[in-house]
Ligand binder design. Structure first.
Ligand SMILES: Nc1ncnc2c1ncn2[C@@H]1O[C@H](COP(=O)(O)OP(=O)(O)OP(=O)(O)O)[C@@H](O)[C@H]1O
Length: 228
């Protein structure tokens, strides 16, 4: 699903963000990504979504080596990745429905199909019936769930979450994590970047730890087979 082979990233200006990072997130796996501030977590996520490209090494996403993907093809790759942000990036002047529908509108789905899928996604995150609300009328936890509904509405095989529980209390954070587990149980691969070590400790998932741009203890890769 995601495979990094000896990936390094040096930003223009010489700032080293990642050094020789190798790991593999298997299809259907759920894992945490953690590390101190500045350890390189966001850079890793930016490489997965091709916002940035590696300075050295290989990044494989859904079987594609991103070195082979032209700028025009990047949006097609991103359609297979649901991205969830800490501040959820909602459009506050649009309804909950419009926010969740956005990826489907971009993909050109019919209005009937959009209605069906948005209802389904809102149901999954426990917000069925709130489609006409404005996000400003919702609590922080509900807004975060709108962001999650938007990320899963086109059923991507991979979900990436960047500090998805950053602004939430422990109970709401746990609820969000349980939601990710539901998607994972249905076969979606999930990678969650978080500082919240308490949350990680309460769950049973593999934790990828970055320290000053290096991945701790995860550098043994099996040979790449088909489907990487
Ligand atoms: N666009 C950029 N240009 C130059 N340096 C950058 C850029 N983005 C990140 N860096 C540097 O790369 C290193 C890793 O940053 P990154 O944002 O990936 O860390 P992080 O683990 O996500 O941190 P945080 O938890 O604070 O968000 C840092 O030293 C940072 O200053």
């Amino acid at each position: 699903m995601i495979r990094f082979e000896q990936v390094s990233k040096v930003y223009p200006g010489g700032q080293k963000a990642l050094t020789d990072v190798s790991f593999h997130l298997k299809q259907g796996e759920m894992a945490f990504l953690t590390g101190h501030s500045g350890a390189g977590k966001s850079t890793l996520l930016k490489l997965m979504t091709v916002i940035e490209r590696p300075s050295a090494g290989k990044v494989w996403i859904n079987g594609h080596n991103i070195a082979d993907i032209s700028r025009n093809q990047v949006p097609y790759l991103r359609r297979h990745i649901g991205m969830i942000f800490q501040n959820h990036h909602l459009l506050m002047d649009k309804s909950v429905f419009d926010n969740v529908a956005l990826p489907l509108v971009i993909e050109g789905f019919s209005l009937g199909e959009i209605r069906k899928r948005v209802d389904g996604a809102l149901d999954m995150v426990g917000l069925y019936g709130k489609d006409k609300h404005s996000p400003v009328m919702l609590s922080g936890g509900e807004q975060q769930r709108v962001g999650i509904a938007r990320a899963i509405v086109n059923k991507p095989p991979l979900l990436l979450a960047d500090e998805p529980t950053g602004n939430l209390d422990p109970k709401l954070s746990m609820d969000i994590l349980r939601l990710f587990e539901t998607f994972n149980d249905a076969g979606t691969s999930v990678l969650i970047a978080t500082h919240d070590l308490g949350l990680i400790a309460r769950m049973k998932y593999r934790t990828l730890t970055l320290k000053q741009g290096r991945m701790l203890g995860a550098n043994e890769l099996e040979p790449a087979g088909p489907g990487y």
